[in-house]
Ligand binder design. Structure first.
Ligand SMILES: C[C@@](CO)(OP(=O)(O)O)[C@H](O)COP(=O)(O)OP(=O)(O)OC[C@H]1O[C@@H](n2ccc(N)nc2=O)[C@H](O)[C@@H]1O
Ligand SMILES: Nc1ncnc2c1ncn2[C@@H]1O[C@H](COP(=O)(O)OP(=O)(O)O)[C@@H](O)[C@H]1O
Length: 286
């Protein structure tokens, strides 16, 4: 019988996101706090002996060869010379291109799962380096813990977070990341903070966190501003990543559910629990 393993790929929120500079190559230096949530895609990996890598289901708008899972699997083969292959079935639940990191998380889960299925025994550090070649958000999912991130998102320090619940709303617009980062009105000079200062900030005024990309997105996509205004009636509403999804944090599930029950019928969203660790955190070789 074919050996198959099934693994979740959780979404992330950027609890805050500061743009602190720009590199000579145009990429932006960020400071951000990543939190995993229990909204996740499910990936099913079936071992193939013939070395082929295929995605076994269609995903609208993502060709098989462009899929980050397929690219992650082929990158692992190229790097290790592994002659095994895999069929990957992807159950998408995380809205695509919404700043929730679904594609990046699928790539990270593929690296972690195939490291086991193909018995490659690569270290976490090595998988993070490979992940960075697929996208700036991939390393944090391999890292496996909520984290304070710097650089373009690859310099990571674990940052333990308290239990929390989130209302996450999905404005029906697609925001191209490049359009926001290249916009002339984007502020790129936020003052760098240290992780210590961040702890103090969260203790003193934990709810005053911001995303520097948000004002440009709201200007170009008023629908995002409308979602933030609605959610802002119940808590501090912030955009995640380069948008378009927005969220607010609550101390209990019941508080978050009370908000989602009032969501107008023409708006979409979910309640999600903040995770303490990535569900595959303990899958790495010791
Ligand atoms: C903004 C963040 C925050 O977590 O999340 P998402 O909105 O993608 O979830 C990430 O930094 C997104 O990183 P990543 O997903 O790799 O961005 P890409 O789509 O590859 O970037 C598209 C383009 O945006 C610009 N870009 C991206 C990241 C960065 N730190 N500086 C940039 O200037 C570059 O012009 C790049 O070519
Ligand atoms: N398995 C995948 N799941 C989602 N998106 C993917 C996948 N593979 C490639 N992509 C591409 O990556 C883009 C970014 O997706 P995603 O990571 O979900 O959003 P974001 O970067 O906004 O957080 C998508 O628009 C899609 O074209």
């Amino acid at each position: 019988m074919k050996q198959t393993i099934s693994c979740p790929a959780p979404a992330k929120l950027n609890l805050f996101l500061h743009v602190v500079g720009r590199r000579p190559d145009g990429y932006h230096m960020l400071q951000t706090l990543f939190r995993f949530i229990d909204l996740h895609d499910m990936l099913h990996f079936s071992l193939r002996e013939d070395g082929a890598v295929h995605r076994s289901n269609a995903i609208e708008g993502v060709a098989e060869d462009q899929d980050l899972c397929v690219r992650a699997a082929r990158l692992l083969q190229d790097e290790t010379g592994c002659k095994l292959g895999v069929d990957i079935a992807v159950e998408k639940r995380i809205p695509m291109g919404g700043g929730l990191g679904g594609g990046s998380s699928d790539a990270a889960t593929t690296l972690i799962a195939l490291n086991r299925l193909w018995q490659l025994n690569l270290s976490r550090e090595r998988l993070m380096q490979l992940g960075l070649r697929l996208g700036a958000d991939v390393p944090v999912f391999v890292f496996g813990e909520n984290a304070f991130a710097e650089g373009v998102g690859e310099q990571l320090q674990a940052y333990p977070l308290p239990e929390a619940w989130y209302v996450v709303l999905f404005p029906p617009v697609h925001v191209p990341t490049v359009q926001i980062f290249t916009h002339p009105e984007l502020t790129r000079d936020s003052v760098s903070i240290t992780m210590r200062a961040l702890s103090d900030l969260r203790l003193q005024e934990g709810r005053k966190l911001r995303n520097d990309l948000q004002s440009v997105v709201c200007k170009l996509y008023p629908e995002v501003a409308r979602y933030i205004a609605w959610l802002g009636n119940f808590g501090q509403a912030v955009m995640t990543g380069s948008g378009a999804c927005v969220f607010a944090e609550f101390e209990s599930r019941s508080q978050a559910e009370a908000v989602i029950r009032q969501l107008p019928h023409n708006m979409r969203g979910v309640v999600a629990q903040g995770l303490v660790k990535h569900p595959l955190h303990d899958w790495m070789p010791k």
